[in-house]
Design a binder for this molecule. Structure first.
Ligand code: C2E
Ligand code: MG
Ligand code: MG
Ligand code: MG
Length: 283
């Protein structure tokens, strides 16, 4: 009967939900252990200037080196870190580790680019975030070498609050970029008033460059918009030479993507830096 079927459906969902809750709790406790046992690592992916092939910056991307599962990517655990508030201590570790790697590169005489870290909305809205950032920031030698990447959706929730925080961050000598630009619902009217330096074109548009005329229009519009607001533009997720040449023709400032390099462990990124000046393929 129907009643019986509904009963089965109910039991089915209950069991499904219990499993989800169990998995969540297990992931949460594993993540807490990961933080305590230093299982998080930062990988680094370069951003390369199209004008001369030099390195414009490098983005720190977190990975979890799970003793059993191996490398786990952030999409698998960032949401849980955010839901549980663990993103605060982990985010602090990210800034600390990125600055420590940066100091190491400086100490070994490398000409280092600006390092960017991704910051989630929970961090940016947290009272202590700015204080932590400034405390970890420290020595003069690193002035101008830290950037934060925030996503577009984050800004919309609290425009005046975000503007105030970003202003404070920039007054400390750090720069700010808007990540995944074009996927959120930015109002062009406040974009002009946002204290940011760079727009990063979301990789979904870059991936469709050449296949879908709309993507070409969108990318072209973002580049014009950025330049008219005196912002620089980085294209994310560049994988093909054809994308590189289109972006170059459209006047994009820098690219990031597998075509240049995937994200590398700190020591391998250091070797990459030492390799020289022409970082564009074919250069
Ligand atoms: P994101 O900041 O937009 O980073 C770009 C993502 O695209 C990275 O994935 C990067 O490895 C990947 N990628 C780079 N080049 C290419 C390419 O040519 N093709 C393709 N298909 N992908 C490419 P990843 O490292 O898995 O990070 C995913 C997201 O996780 C990041 O997106 C960022 O939002 C978040 N995330 C990473 N590290 C942190 C962190 O330390 N803190 C916070 N809050 N979020 C982080
Ligand atoms: Mg990013
Ligand atoms: Mg992005
Ligand atoms: Mg993203």
């Amino acid at each position: 009967s129907n009643a019986q079927r509904d009963g089965e459906t109910y039991r089915f969902y209950t069991r499904g939900m219990n499993e989800m809750v169990r998995e969540r709790l297990s992931l949460e406790s594993h993540l807490l252990r990961a933080l305590k046992n230093h299982e998080f690592v930062l990988f680094y992916q370069p951003k390369v200037r199209l004008s001369n092939g030099s390195i414009e910056g490098v983005e720190a991307l977190i990975r979890w080196q799970d003793p059993e599962k191996g490398i786990v990517f952030p999409s698998r655990f960032i949401p849980t870190l955010e839901e549980t508030g663990l993103i605060l201590p982990v985010g602090e570790w990210v800034v600390q580790q990125a600055l420590s790697d940066l100091s190491g590169w400086i100490a070994r005489g490398l000409s280092v680019p600006r390092v960017s870290v991704n910051v989630s909305s929970i961090q940016l809205r947290h009272r202590d975030f700015l204080e932590t950032l400034v405390r970890l920031w420290g020595p003069e030698e690193r002035a101008g070498l830290l950037e934060i990447e925030i996503t577009e959706s984050l800004i919309l929730d609290d425009v005046p609050g975000t503007i105030a925080t970003l202003q404070e961050i920039r007054s400390q000598g750090m720069t700010v970029s808007i990540d995944d630009f074009g996927t959120g619902y930015s109002s062009l009217s406040y974009l002009a008033s946002l204290p940011v330096n760079t727009l990063k074109i979301d990789q979904s548009f870059v991936a469709q460059l050449g296949d879908r005329p709309e993507s070409l229009s969108i990318v072209s519009a973002i580049i014009s918009l950025a330049h008219s607001l005196n912002l620089s533009v980085v294209a994310e997720g560049v994988e093909k030479e054809s994308q590189l040449s289109m972006l170059s023709e459209l006047g994009c400032d820098a690219i990031q993507g597998f075509l240049v390099s995937e994200a590398l462990p700190a020591d391998r990124f250091e070797a990459f830096l030492q390799n020289g000046k022409g970082f564009l393929p074919g250069a």
